[in-house]
Ligand binder design. Structure first.
Ligand code: HEM
Length: 132
């Protein structure tokens, strides 16, 4: 079920602790050596700060914000820029859910479905722009 308000509140309970994004990227990078390789030259401290806002853009898009920021992510992650293959978005989402289970004390199976359903339309736009 799409429920941007429940997701926004869940994110608020979780994203303030810096360890949240450390755990998130440790989980994501642990999922595949190919994913790890994509971040070989990345300043992870800066990325952790940027992605904090990036997740918020996905939630705000579900709350009705125009898709301008989502399309910027689509462009930066596209084949000709950072070349993030669309197959990796499910690993990204699974890693986010695993991290939320650790850090949101109110997390549940229901909230997991809300997160997945609420972020899916934005992630579909980003991954559909891979060949753009
Ligand atoms: C929809 C989910 C995602 C969001 C919200 C997101 C967000 C961001 C943001 C905000 C940046 C900073 C640069 C920019 O603004 O474009 C970034 C960079 C990056 N993202 Fe993502 N990302 C997502 C999915 C992914 C996935 C699935 C991968 C690969 C597994 C990935 C790999 C990277 C890499 C390699 C960088 C560049 C780091 C560098 O500058 O070296 N992202 N992402």
């Amino acid at each position: 079920m799409i429920n941007a308000d429940a997701v926004f509140q869940s994110y608020g309970r979780s994203c303030d602790k810096p360890v949240f994004f450390e755990d998130f990227y440790n989980t994501l990078l642990g999922k595949s050596p190919d994913v790890r390789a994509l971040f070989a030259n990345t300043d992870m401290a800066s990325l952790r700060a940027l992605v904090r806002g990036g997740v918020l853009w996905l939630i705000m898009h579900a709350r009705g914000m125009p898709d301008t920021k989502i399309r910027m992510l689509g462009e930066s992650h596209s084949k000709k820029r950072m070349n993030i293959n669309p197959i990796y978005y499910s690993l990204w989402m699974d890693s986010l859910i695993e991290t939320l289970y650790k850090h949101d004390p109110e997390f549940s199976r229901e909230l997991e479905e809300c997160w997945r359903d609420t972020l899916r339309p934005s992630i579909d736009i980003i991954s559909s722009m891979y060949h753009s």
